[in-house]
Design a protein around this ligand. Sequence first.
Ligand SMILES: CC(C)(COP(=O)(O)OP(=O)(O)OC[C@H]1O[C@@H](n2cnc3c(N)ncnc32)[C@H](O)[C@@H]1OP(=O)(O)O)[C@@H](O)C(=O)NCCC(=O)NCCS
Length: 183
Amino acid sequence: MQAHGPMRIVRERTRDAARIEGMTEAAFGPDRMQKTVYRLRDGVARLKELCFVAVDQKNEMVGSIRYWPILISGKWPALLLGPLAVSPALRGLGFGKALMWHSMAQARILGHSRIILVGDPEYYNQFGFRRDLALNLQLPGWVEERRFLALELVAGSMIGVHGMIGRAEPPPRRRAPAQRKSR
Ligand SMILES: CC(C)(COP(=O)(O)OP(=O)(O)OC[C@H]1O[C@@H](n2cnc3c(N)ncnc32)[C@H](O)[C@@H]1OP(=O)(O)O)[C@@H](O)C(=O)NCCC(=O)NCCS
């Protein structure tokens, strides 16, 4: 394995945004915006205090994790994890795990109770994400059931939690077409 020097995890910086977009598009494809989870993010501000990047020795971004707020059944706040992506050349070196454990610890410190995601269970099980914890939840659109997972940051925080996952903020207001004055 090639040595890449020490890695650091820092809060996402303004200058990282464009590279994160590029890396996410490469990892998940241009169709990702059509996915159901993007409906929950559209027009909602991400949780900056939970968005982290892994940076290499040159301070370049090589991995990213982001979180958005969501609301289950209009009453249970939760975090929506993702996207998580690591530069293709640097995969398998622990960057993904470091971003996961760091952000989850931070989420717990900040008082969050539960996290939802749509992702590969083969990867996310190791962090405690489980399918059974999401069985009573629905997403506002199609989702591959086996990839719809939840995690309790606080033990028992998914007990009794059920229903439709919704946006944490009302949908963005699309600008109405200019109206002509009629006389
Ligand atoms: C998934 C991803 C974020 C993992 O980051 P990473 O830095 O490469 O992963 P880590 O080094 O922390 O962990 C590597 C381990 O995860 C495993 N792994 C990576 N992707 C996996 C996947 N999709 N399913 C199952 N296992 C996976 C590796 O086999 C490796 O296992 P090991 O520790 O037993 O050797 C990264 O591979 C990536 O960006 N992939 C493309 C986008 C993606 O698939 N995102 C998340 C899944 S929805």
